[in-house]
Each structure stands twice: as structure tokens, then as C-alpha cells.
Design a protein. Sequence first.
Length: 381
Amino acid sequence: SHVHASIVQAGGITISREDVVKEDDPTNNVPDSVFWKLGLQLHRRDDHPLGILKNEIYKFFEDKFPGKYQKFDDLSPIVSVTSNFDDVLVPPDHVSRRYNDTYYINSDTVLRTHTSAHQAQKLREGCTHFLVTGDVYRRDSIDATHYPVFHQMEGFRVFSPAEWDASGMDGTSFALQDLKETLEGLAKRLFGDVETRWVDTYFPFTNPSIELEIFFQGNWLEVLGCGVTEPAILENNGRAGTVAWAFGLGLERLAMVLFDIPDIRLFWSSDLRFTSQFKAGQLGIKFKPFSKFPPCYKDISFWISDSFTENNLCEVVRGIAGDLAEEVKLIDSFTNKKGMTSNCFRIAYRSMERSLTDDEINNLQARVREEVPGKLQVTLR
Ligand code: FA5
Ligand code: MG
């Protein structure tokens, strides 16, 4: 149903479908549906919730440190494995590198899985204070808060020894304190008086590493990861002897809270009932859902093989149903006496914009049943 020519513009370059989707290349796992997202750059639309949020965060840093932070929001999402993983010290055997989790164009090139992919390059270019915003890509499950494409903003700040010496603190404690203050200030600016908490975590590229959670509608929601940059990253990229902090925040997560957006698929909607509710520069808007259309559930059961993964199933379902697939959920699993394991998945089909017909859903489910055995090496029951 695509009427455009098969090229997109992103990161100041023209990307053609042939460069990104290679169905007969086993080192490539990018589906057509993901290629079409490459040039959309939702974060660069001033009247889109993600663009409104990005601009507000820019303003926070501009007010606090006028002219200090360099801002980048048009770097190509196609990056080397080196930039995405090695440069930020992700170990060679780390799970995030697997074909099951990352979109590979070939064995050396990926769709960035986080904006941290640009840290080393920006340091080498001499940047010391910068914000990098962009679309990021991950193979993942399907539900209201997960989508294979989402958006992050990376923040990075380098301190020279003179800055922490004067405080009487060591460099790491000084950077950590500044990082926390900065991000608590940002949360206050975006949400007013909210309850926040810091949770210890692990990232290969920071130590210590922490996550910020916001108490929202009765739950703690993780909105960003951050920490004090591993010295090796600074040493390898021309900044030996300095200390830095870095953060990566999830724009959809923050925007869902800010604007009351209930489903992550809505960010991609071109339905005027969605897009017309947001205005450039206006943060106080609450999204009014148009009537919620009923979901339709279809189950599929099959005997799995060792190579089966839920992410691969989700990719097949997305490839066929696109954004009509709301959720894919394992509802039953058992192993028989012969050691064969059967899984039953429940697929929820629902449009955000209209009612689906029985025919339409039956047709989608029939295509899922047709493609699943061949693509996933499983046997339907
Ligand atoms: C990272 O991606 C790190 N690069 C963040 C970072 C940068 C840490 C710099 C330290 C220094 P993580 O995978 O947790 O971390 O993602 C960061 C944020 O992106 C999350 O807190 C969340 O807000 C958002 N996020 C992660 N996965 C998803 C998803 N599937 N859908 C929507 N938002 C997501
Ligand atoms: Mg996390």
C-alpha cells in the first residue's frame, strides 16, 4: 500500500530501500515496515508531542546554561557496530548485540539501538556539552508501551579537574551530584512537583549507573538511564583526565505521562483526531482519546523449535498486521512426554482509528498462520 518512491531522507542523507532491506542476505534482519520509519523523524516536528517535548528540554538546558549545549537531532540512524556497541564498551557477548534484539543491515552496520551510539564520535569532534535526539530501533515484543522504533535524547557533559577540585569532592562524586541535580530540575520543569526516585542499575558505559523513576498514576515509571561515564570512553576519545556524566531519556515514556497518551502506536498516527490536538510550544495539553474501538483476540498454537523467539513472532505479526497488532502475549506453554514444547500466543488486533471488520481480522490471522511455520520453523497445532 506504499505509494512513495522507495527512498527516505534521514540524517542529511538519502537512504534507499535496497540499502537497508535485504531479504536474501542472512546478515540482514530489517523488515520493510521498519524501513518506512527511517525518514519520519517525529522528534523534528514542532507540533508533534515528541517534538514539543524535545523543544521543552532544549529550553530547560538553554535557560540553565545559555549557549553551552550543542544540539543534534539529525544524525543518521544507520551506524556501525563499533559506534553502537564497541565505542561504549558493550562486551562482545552482550545480549543486546544479538540478532534477536538488534536490527542489522549487515554484520558491521546496525540501526542504532540507543543515542549513546553517538557519544564517542561527538567527543572526538571536540564536543563537551551536547544533546543528541533521534529515533532508535530495537527488536522487541508488542504491547502498549513497546514499539520497534522509539526516540531517545542523550545528554553528555564533560568536567575539567578545576571544576571538581574547587568543590573538595572527587570527580566522580561531583559529576554524580551535578547529574542528579540537573535531571531532578528537568523533571520538575516538565512535571511540576512530582515524586521521583533513583534506582541503581548497570550500563557498560557508566559507573555508577542509575535510573530515574517517576511516580505516576500509582506506579513507578522508568523514564531514563544515566551515570558517570567510564573513564575509558573519555581516554579513547581525546578526553583523558576529565570526568563526565551521560543520560539517555525515553521521549515516548515522558510524553505518555505529560500528555496522557495511552498507547505508543498513537505517536505514529496521522489521524487528524490525534495530530490536531497538539500545538507547538504547548506543554499543558492532555490528550482526549477518541472512542476506543473494540479489540479482537485470535490465538495461535504451535510446537516450537530451539531457535524460536517471541521477538521473531512479533516481527512476523507486525509485518502482516502493522499497527493493527496491539499485543502479542504468551498465554499457555507446556512440554509433552516426548520433550516437545507447545506455545499458545494470543494476538490482540485493534485499530486506534476505526472498527475492524471480521473479514479483515480473519484475513490477517490467516496470513499469520500461513507465514509463521516457514519463517519461524514451528509446527502449527
Ligand atoms: C539506554 O538505552 C542507555 N543508552 C541510556 C543511557 C545513556 C545510560 C547514557 C547511561 C548513560 P535503556 O535501554 O534503559 O538505556 O533505555 C533508556 C530509556 O529509553 C528508558 O529508561 C526508557 O525511558 C526508554 N525505553 C527503553 N526501551 C523502550 C521501549 N521499548 N519503548 C519505549 N521506551 C523505551
Ligand atoms: Mg532501562
